[in-house]
Design a protein around this ligand. Structure first.
Ligand code: SAH
Length: 364
């Protein structure tokens, strides 16, 4: 088994088939295990009733269905968003956020939408200056079992079906590429978690090689890119990745992705008052459509704690008054691709974009 402990959660179909064979059974028993674990989400091997008692006993001696421990959960009084804090085996912690539809548009269009925002790493090495997770530093990658465990566990806290998965929690998914892609295969499998890959989104700060790899491998999940500025000098100040891959390289990679997959790319753009909200910014954004089929999500900056000596303390400001709405309106008038204002669901429980950080509790 490749999962680091004896947990069955995290093994893919082939690994479960191999396990069945190694334990003296036929390969199809592995397929049965796969369905019990991910589709039926059993909490123990004994619940796998179409598997013989003898094989169940053998399995129980070597393996288990290990749940991801919920340390606590917080529910937003405004919009019903739920934030989970999970405790991992080594006592490190990560968060996930379950987001019901909030916009009137979403509610009327799709009452069934329920999005889970999952983490891929403990902390994050990308070090974006505006992001709470970035201030934690980096601890380690999550295993496949820990990524899927967030979905399985969160699903137990709602009577509704989770319909969408966004890899927008703690961490940079492209730096844990293998485990994230393996998780997506299991999430997208009808016999597994069973959420269509069209409803799974991977968000990256801009690791261009991985963006191209996703395209080359024909991955069906959707791609989102955290853009935040098309001006190299601004983007470099707030996102260290821009020193490695500048804006041109990033947009080239997005274009490569679009040409190869014919899938529209989502650009995420945090609105910082006075920093990336000028006519010049609108002009640059408008021209994206000549290069890549896209849509643009504007996210109001959710302030985080910045150290007193941070030179960005004065620079990173949230929208004042209705400036973000006006910015979005101007973009909507000038761009020939969809531009949306993203909601700040879960803001009261520190569950909105960029607010995920496990503070003192992270220490072992
Ligand atoms: N590392 C990946 C996945 C995390 S996604 C990525 O950055 O794309 C989290 C999203 O929230 C990103 O678009 C990120 O830029 C945005 N975000 C981070 N900090 C934020 C803040 N303080 N306010 C609003 N959005 C923020």
């Amino acid at each position: 088994m490749t999962e680091s402990n004896n947990n069955l959660v995290g093994l893919d179909k082939q690994e479960l088939r191999d396990l069945a064979i190694a334990l003296g059974e036929k390969a199809f028993r592995g397929d049965q295990l796969f369905r019990w674990i991910y589709r039926d989400r059993v909490q123990s091997i004994d619940e796998m009733t179409n598997i013989s008692k003898t094989f169940r006993d053998i399995l129980k001696r070597q393996t288990a269905v290990v749940p991801l421990a919920v340390e606590h959960k917080k529910v937003s009084v405004y919009d019903g968003t739920i934030k989970f804090l999970f405790r991992l085996k080594d006592n490190l912690k990560v968060e996930s956020v379950l987001i019901p539809p909030t916009e009137a548009r979403e509610i009327s269009e799709d009452m069934r939408r329920l999005t889970l925002c999952v983490s891929t790493q403990v902390g994050c090495p990308a070090d974006c200056k505006f992001c709470a997770t970035g201030t934690m530093g980096f601890f380690r990658n999550l295993t496949v079992g820990e990524i899927l465990g967030q979905i399985i566990e969160a699903g137990r806290h709602t009577p509704r079906r989770i319909s969408n998965i966004v890899f927008m929690g703690m961490g940079e998914p492209m730096l844990n590429y293998e485990n994230v892609m393996k998780s997506i295969d299991i999430i997208g499998d009808d016999e597994g978690i069973g959420i269509s890959p069209r409803r799974i989104t991977v968000s990256t700060v801009g690791y261009v090689k991985k963006i191209k790899q996703m395209a080359d491998e024909g991955r069906k999940a959707k791609l989102a890119i955290s853009l935040h500025s098309l001006d190299d000098s601004v983007r470099t100040r707030i996102m260290p990745i821009n020193r490695k891959h500048n804006v041109d390289e990033l947009i080239d990679a997005a274009q490569y992705y679009w040409k190869k997959t014919r899938q529209r790319v989502t650009f995420e753009y945090i609105f910082f008052e006075g920093l990336n909200d000028t006519e010049k910014d609108i002009n640059m954004l408008r021209k994206l459509s000549g290069k890549v089929a896209c849509k643009l999500n504007i996210i109001p900056f959710h302030p985080i704690y910045l150290p007193e000596n941070s030179e960005l303390r004065e620079t990173l400001s949230p929208p004042a008054g209705d400036s973000v709405k006006k910015f979005v309106n101007r973009l909507q008038q000038q761009c020939d691709f969809p531009v949306m204002l993203r909601s700040s669901s879960g803001i009261d429980i520190d569950g909105a974009c960029g607010q995920l950080a496990v503070k003192e509790e992270i220490k072992k």
